[in-house]
Design a protein around this ligand. Structure first.
Ligand code: ADP
Ligand code: MG
Length: 613
């Protein structure tokens, strides 16, 4: 009988392995940079084109390869990093499986240039899938350059699976940022097309964080230093104030390898929980150093996930380390003293429908019906179960109360207008005030509204764009066109959403990496054209949280966001009046396009109940 089980030919085996190791341009860059780090490079440059789809070029100044090693590098299971089973259990290099280069060479054209220090001349090897490699002497600097062209050109199914340039670029940037933060002693240069995304010289970790993550984070860091049971924790955690709505600013490294661990991430988040808003994420960069024999990095082909011998111990040591850092820095209120806050961050405020967040001072209304995104049960349970709360809310307001109130103070309208007119002249007597440059207080028929100026303005702009943008071309032509050089991510965003951006009223053409602006929406003020477009692109690039919205909504939201008045901005009476006037038309429970309340109302009944019962 003929045997049916055969060994796979090497090339086929490599292509199958490539399916696991090489998923997108980012995976290629990750493998190549890891190799450069393993080769002890002190400077690594990564140049890509079209987010790596057409070209990836990685240059290092590491130890290079000899002519003998060169053809071996592309062989499957060829590695210089381990040779015995014992080695496998104490891996200190980033690579060890010996399959990255082989896999990449099975799905792309690869060129390797390399020179070792002691050699007078270097070598170049050209490789194409299924063809034998060509090696020739080549003049180059010490170190290695690997050039990967036309990724997946011979695997159409894979190629089709690649996402937009913007998405692929985001993956690339994320990985490059992680490398840069994990290895501040290495200079990293990263450029896409003709734009330099970053170029960071060798520096200390805090300097590196400043270069990569910005001053706001760098100015609010607390050092972490902790050691227990052979586990060393070091790095920096941010003050609770660094918590943003994006998860991106959280980095965990295990023996210098970036890792993803839900449980360890949770260990740190739990410490912050009482001090930050729900669904916000503080900055941290934590290096865990352990004996390599106690972890298994070989559980995942891309080595993102790792297994520890003692995950529970790691969990609590990480919590101790974080707490110690924050406490030493007095970055958070004393834990003992604030146990109550930790258990019940929201206390009832006004009616049983409103609460104030004791940590942030934010007032939250649960009156809003299910059109809001708030999960009411989230905080209801925490806040309404205790005795005093119930007592506060059981007594109902009676008409007698109002009569009594009026007897004392006169009718509401009179009282307020008289006091008010003492301070304001006749024609200005609009009943609006701005407090803390963030909220508009507005007297209503039977009480008052406190309006969040940002949420309100965001909604008005958003509605306006959704109703009026569209294909009508509500655009003003510019007298002089403006040339705006774009960064890579700006270019990709523009390409991805060209029509939608034009529908807002921006008119432009793209010439390579430059945008030629010829018209802007009517709402854009003269002199603010470039800025307005740049703000829109920035807002779009930040924005991944609303990915579920359709494109038109996403762009409308980004444009509204980039133009809405921020909290902290002083408003004129006219501006406030216009906001109040327009918001009133939206009914009782308007919400912002992101699902947040726009105002809370306090009725005279609420006030009466609060002060008289
Ligand atoms: P691994 O990193 O798992 O050993 P790779 O396929 O990534 O496997 O690389 C194979 C071998 O090629 C490495 O073990 C190393 O000897 C050599 N190599 C790859 N890239 C470089 C580089 N940038 N500098 C020096 N040697 C390299
Ligand atoms: Mg490798």
């Amino acid at each position: 009988m003929e045997s049916v089980i055969k060994l796979l030919p090497e090339f086929l085996a490599n292509q199958i392995a490539a399916g696991e190791v090489v998923q997108r341009p980012e995976s290629v860059v990750k493998e190549l940079v890891e190799n450069a780090i393993d080769a002890e490079a002190s400077s690594i440059a990564v140049i890509v084109q079209q987010a790596g789809k057409t070209l990836i070029h990685v240059i290092d100044n590491g130890k290079g390869m000899s002519t003998d090693d060169l053809p071996m590098a592309l062989k499957r299971h060829a590695t210089s990093k381990i040779s015995t089973v014992a080695d496998l259990h104490k891996i200190i290099t980033l690579g060890f499986r010996g399959e990255a280069l082989a896999s990449i060479a099975a799905v792309a054209n690869v060129e390797i240039r390399t020179k070792q220090n002691e050699d007078s001349v270097g070598y170049r090897m050209l490789s194409e899938p299924l063809k034998s490699e060509v090696i020739e002497p080549f003049q180059c600097d010490k170190g290695t350059q690997i050039i990967v062209k036309n990724l997946f050109y011979n695997v159409p199914a894979r190629k089709k699976f690649l996402r937009s340039d913007l998405t692929e670029f985001r993956h690339l940037s994320e990985t490059m940022v992680k490398f840069a933060l994990a290895h501040p002693n290495i200079r990293f240069t990263f450029s896409d097309n003709k734009t330099v995304i970053f170029d960071v010289k060798q520096q200390t970790l805090t300097e590196r964080i400043r270069s990569i993550s910005g001053a706001v984070i760098a100015d609010n860091l607390h050092e972490v230093q902790h050691e227990k049971d052979g586990i060393k924790i070091s790095g920096y955690v941010g003050s609770p104030s660094t918590a943003g709505h994006m998860r991106g600013n959280q980095y965990l490294f295990l023996n210098n390898r970036s890792i993803v661990s839900r449980s360890l991430g949770f260990a740190i988040s739990q410490i912050y929980e009482p001090y930050i808003e729900k669904n916000s994420y503080p900055f941290y960069l934590i290096n865990i150093t352990v004996n390599p024999e106690t972890v298994d990095v070989n559980v995942h082909p891309q080595k993102h996930e790792v297994k520890f011998d003692n995950e529970r111990a790691m969990f609590s040591i990480l919590q101790e380390a974080t707490l110690k850092a924050l406490n030493t820095a007095h970055a958070i209120p004393d834990l003992q003293q604030h146990q109550a806050i930790a258990q019940q961050p929201f206390s009832p405020y006004g009616t049983d429908k409103q609460m104030v967040n004791r940590v942030t001072g934010e007032i939250i209304s649960s009156q809003s019906n299910n059109t809001t995104r708030y999960q009411q049960n989230d905080y209801k349970q925490q806040s309404f179960n205790n005795q005093t709360d119930n007592q506060q809310t059981t007594r109902n307001f009676t008409p007698n109360d109002l009569t009594a109130y009026e007897a004392l103070f006169g009718k509401n309208e009179q009282t307020v207008t008289t006091t008010h007119s003492l301070f304001q002249n006749e024609e200005q007597s609009h009943d609006v005030w701005q407090i803390h440059n963030s909220y508009i207080v507005h007297q209503t028929q039977n009480g008052l509204h406190i309006i969040d100026q940002y949420n309100a303005h965001l909604r008005l702009l958003y509605d306006d764009i959704m109703e009026n943008s569209a294909e009508t071309g509500s655009s003003q032509e510019l007298l002089f066109t403006v040339s705006i050089p774009l960064t890579s991510s700006e270019l990709y965003i523009t390409q991805e959403s060209e029509q939608e951006i034009k529908n807002l009223g921006f008119q432009f053409t793209l010439q390579e990496q430059t945008l030629i602006l010829t018209g802007v929406p009517y709402t854009v003020q003269s002199g603010d054209e470039e800025n307005s477009l740049k703000k829109l692109l920035a807002s779009l690039s930040e924005d991944i949280s609303v990915a579920e919205l359709d494109k038109k909504r996403r762009i409308a939201l980004a444009f509204a966001r980039s133009n809405a008045v921020r909290s902290g901005k002083k408003l004129t009476k006219e501006e406030m009046n216009s906001i109040v006037h327009n918001i009133e038309r939206l009914g009782n429970n308007p919400i912002s396009p992101t699902g947040k309340p726009i105002f809370i109302s306090l009725t005279l009944e609420d006030l009466l109940r609060t002060f008289r019962t």
